[in-house]
Write a protein that binds this ligand. Structure first.
Ligand SMILES: Cc1cc2nc3c(=O)[nH]c(=O)nc-3n(C[C@H](O)[C@H](O)[C@H](O)COP(=O)(O)OP(=O)(O)OC[C@H]3O[C@@H](n4cnc5c(N)ncnc54)[C@H](O)[C@@H]3O)c2cc1C
Ligand SMILES: C[S@@+](CC[C@H](N)C(=O)[O-])C[C@H]1O[C@@H](n2cnc3c(N)ncnc32)[C@H](O)[C@@H]1O
Length: 659
């Protein structure tokens, strides 16, 4: 059984107001939470004036401590829609240690009928949050919400962002002294710049002095309702002098002309194109085939496979954050159906004792039941609709996706132009633009920025030639469904996988081969896929009459996965390798050195590749991460994960090892 999740513990007053039993405090003023939010956070950050004066296409970022019921967020979003230019983008980052369950959030938000148009959009995407950061795209991309689940003192140090206005909320300092600490004020300062404002409902002297010591100019102003005073202020300091690795810092560039080439129209390229298009970028997506999703992303059924480690490894945390966002995006963009995708659940069956221990440890980590559940053999068989002989973990929200349908859905945006039958063989920078050149050195298209999403071919360009990419061939076998096999209700996974029938066919996968790089299906891999199926469920194999199938004539599809040496993707800006080795040569002699030479990047050049065997889960958030890099927005992942997927990680490791 799952242990209880760390959700907010609430009691409710007779008039429906939530009260935190954990902190023994109210979430908002009993008089009017709405009016209090507008007074304290919106007015005293001067948002009505600032947003009324924003330039078209501008980007604004709010940081908050304590998301709670989301009241502050919804009020800000409402005001944003009233005042900000239609193409401006709001990013709201909020920290929350004890998120509300979906049921409690829904209940709390019925208090504000006026906010229903916004609350209903949030609730449609909000699930009982699992640990990790949760990223939401709302209002068709006009508003982004990133929820940093965890203690603010742990999560804010992991944030890479520049905040324009702070909402310093989080229960009264006397009720929550652990949060109101100099370490918090130091983080607020680290993430602020000249002009950043801050407002808080409290006027406690220690808070004011703490904020002043961190570099904020603070004033006492009239509080809301019966509260005599509150604090508002502005950041007024030169910023921190702490060393941070230059090779992971943001390229200092500002893209006036928001145009981008995205090369490669698989899932990574299509997700990148949409994330940029939604932020007002004009995207030219260049694809060598006649249509999108023809190589790895051309499979018929891909599994939303969320393989986690109880040890919270970077890979596991990356997968978890990406999985939650992938599900949100699928629900938003792609109606479920017989041919598109189905959230039919994924059952990960135990394969051996080690796997059993992994699953047990995960089940004990307090995940919400709508995220994962441990099931015994009987429950697993009930869920699957066919007999299985092992216990497992069930992911009720997952399922299978037809990647070409997802790519099509991702491409439905007026700012995306798809250029097919176009192979980009070189990238050349001329007069501030990247030109993608074909085999005849002709420019296929040009733009201020370029993102390489060419899977294994991503290192064909001179600028990325040294990236360590590794192809792994895989084959999926197609089996005609029978009346009995249609009883399969969920995806079954162990060493292999099979999904419920799509248009009368099941897909069984997948082989892993390092010795072949062609895409001709092989009899041998069909045979091994049938064996994988037999181990998943002998009953299902029987229903599909696999013993009578001729492996040589079974229809199949082979393609190449693209992986990196540590099996994490490569997402981020591209540095000039030769200069990198020159600039940081000292690391080869002494890895503890802290050079401060800024990294020499190729201006506006980025990469998004190596999604391995988990592109369905991994690609959607990778698009958001790339767009956040390019658009100078808060990065949607903690800094250690941003570094774990950063293209420079291999260069640094090579230098340190003296290679
Ligand atoms: C057999 C198999 C089974 C899989 N099963 C699953 C699964 O169940 N679940 C899961 O999550 N993942 C699965 N994957 C992995 C998943 O398919 C990939 O991670 C994902 O599709 C990668 O997307 P991509 O956009 O990076 O690559 P691709 O889909 O390969 O796209 C790259 C695109 O770039 C184009 N391109 C390359 N070079 C150029 C150039 N120079 N100019 C123009 N265009 C160019 C290519 O034509 C291609 O369209 C599987 C993969 C395979 C092979
Ligand atoms: C007063 S409520 C916030 C109200 C909220 N802004 C709203 O609009 O509903 C304070 C919130 O801060 C959260 N919180 C308290 N201490 C925290 C900490 N150390 N880290 C992160 N969140 C914290 C609480 O769980 C609670 O949800």
């Amino acid at each position: 059984m799952n242990t209880p999740s760390p959700f907010a513990e609430l009691s409710w007053s007779d008039d429906g107001q939530p009260f935190s039993t954990h902190f023994d405090d109210v979430y908002f003023s009993r008089e009017s939470g709405l009016a209090e939010t507008r007074h304290v956070f919106l007015q005293h950050n001067d948002l009505p004036r600032r947003w009324g004066e924003l330039a078209p296409g501008a980007h604004f970022c709010i940081g908050e401590t304590g998301f709670g019921t989301g009241l502050n967020f919804l009020c800000a979003w409402q005001l944003w829609e009233q005042l900000a230019p239609a193409d401006a983008h709001l990013h709201f980052v909020s920290c929350e240690k004890y998120p509300l369950s979906h049921t409690d959030l829904q209940r709390a938000l019925t208090l504000w009928p006026e906010l229903q148009p916004w609350a209903s959009q949030l609730l449609a995407q909000y699930r009982d949050p699992a640990p990790g950061w949760q990223h939401f795209n709302l209002a068709n991309g006009r508003v982004t919400l990133t929820l940093l689940i965890g203690d603010v003192l742990d999560t804010l140090p992991q944030l890479d962002a520049r905040i324009d206005a702070w909402f310093l909320d989080g229960f009264a300092p006397a009720r929550n002294p652990d949060m109101w600490q100099p370490a918090l004020y130091a983080q607020l300062a680290r993430l602020s710049a000249a002009g950043t404002t801050l407002a808080t409902f409290t006027s406690v002297g220690e808070v004011r002095r703490g904020l002043q010591a961190a570099g904020f100019l603070m004033h006492k102003v009239k509080g809301y309702g019966r509260k005599r005073e509150m604090l508002s202020g502005q950041f007024d300091s030169a910023g921190s002098s702490d060393w941070s690795a230059p090779w992971y810092q943001r390229p200092a560039e500002h893209h006036q002309a928001r145009s981008a080439l995205v090369i490669g129209a698989g899932l990574a390229g299509c997700a990148t194109a949409l994330s940029l298009a939604r932020r007002g970028w004009q995207v030219t997506l260049i694809e060598r085939h006649a249509q999108a999703a023809t190589e790895a992303s051309g499979n018929t059924q891909g599994i939303l496979y969320c393989k986690l480690s109880p040890h919270q490894t970077p890979l596991s945390r990356y997968v978890q954050a990406s999985y939650a966002y992938a599900l949100r995006l699928l629900h938003e963009l792609l109606p479920q159906g017989e041919s598109t995708w189905q959230a039919c659940g994924v059952l990960q069956l135990c394969t051996d004792d080690k796997e059993r221990q992994r699953q047990q440890a995960l089940a004990e980590q307090g995940y919400p039941a709508d995220f994962l559940q441990a099931v015994d053999t009987e429950q697993a068989s009930q869920l699957a609709g066919v007999r299985v002989d092992r216990p497992g973990l069930f992911f009720p929200g997952a399922g299978w996706v037809n990647p070409p349908s997802l790519c099509q859905a991702l491409l439905q945006h007026d700012n995306i132009r798809l250029l097919t039958h176009s192979e980009a063989l070189q990238l050349e920078r001329r007069s501030g633009l990247w030109h993608a050149l074909d085999g005849q050195q002709q420019s296929l298209a040009s733009a201020a920025a370029a993102v390489i999403c060419c899977a294994n071919d991503s290192h064909r360009f001179s600028q990325t030639a040294e990236l360590p990419l590794k192809p792994i061939r895989g084959q999926v076998t197609q089996l005609a469904a029978t009346a009995d096999s249609q009883q399969l209700r969920t995806v079954l996974c162990a060493e292999g996988y099979i999904s419920p029938a799509r248009q009368g066919e099941h897909h069984v996968g997948a082989s892993f081969r390092f010795d072949r790089l062609d895409n001709q299906p092989s009899e041998e891999e069909n045979q091994s896929n049938l064996q994988l199926l037999d181990r998943l469920s002998a009953q299902l194999a029987d229903r599909l009459q696999t013993s009578q199938q001729d492996a040589a004539s079974l229809p199949a599809r082979a393609a190449l996965r693209c992986t990196s040496p540590d099996y994490l993707p490569l997402i981020g800006p591209v540095a000039d390798v030769e200069r990198f080795r020159e600039d940081y040569a000292v690391l080869a002699k002494d890895a503890s050195k802290q050079p401060d030479t800024p990294t020499r990047w190729y201006p506006g050049l980025y990469i998004n590749t190596a999604h391995g065997s988990r592109g369905m889960v991994s690609c959607p958030l990778s698009g958001e991460l790339l767009a956040a890099w390019l658009n100078d927005e808060p990065l949607p992942l903690p800094r250690d994960l941003v570094q774990a997927v950063h293209p420079n990680r291999f260069l640094v490791r090579q230098l340190i090892r003296g290679q």
